[in-house]
Design a protein around this ligand. Structure first.
Ligand SMILES: [Cu+2]
Length: 134
């Protein structure tokens, strides 16, 4: 009878030891390979914002178009339009109309107020441009 109790005690201690051993087994750590590797996202390719310019920004009239069509300037920035076409143009902007600009002629305007200024050619209504003043 004493032997049986001793045996039970031994068995209990063995099982509890095993149990302890099991609980001591560390949890499997998440392997890095299972984690989805975040691919580095390239810098946002939103519409490139033109850098506002100080001073003089040049626009040409070429092939019955304003080049570049949109320019961005800081307040008090100046835009100079030069006609490179053999065709004359007249710029309509802010309710004004320039003199006729023959080939090689220029028109210069300084923008003091922030805003977006749409303009066009009086002779060619489809010939449009924008000045953004920041
Ligand atoms: Cu024109």
């Amino acid at each position: 009878m004493k032997h049986k109790i001793l045996l039970i005690l031994i068995l209990v201690s063995i099982f509890s030891t095993i149990g302890c051993t099991y609980t001591n087994i560390p949890e499997p750590t998440e392997t890095a390979t299972e984690m989805p590797t975040a691919t580095p996202t390239s810098s946002p390719t939103a519409t490139p914002q033109p850098t506002p310019k100080d001073g003089l920004t040049e626009v040409t009239m070429e092939g019955n178009a304003f080049v570049p069509q949109t320019v961005t300037v800081f307040a008090r920035g100046t835009v100079k339009w030069t006609n490179k076409d053999s065709t004359p143009h007249k710029i309509t902007i802010m309710g004004m109309v320039t003199d006729e600009l023959a080939e090689g002629d220029s028109f210069i305007w300084t923008f003091n107020q922030k805003g977006t200024y749409e303009y066009s050619c009086k002779y060619h209504p489809d010939m449009k441009g924008t000045v953004i003043v920041q």
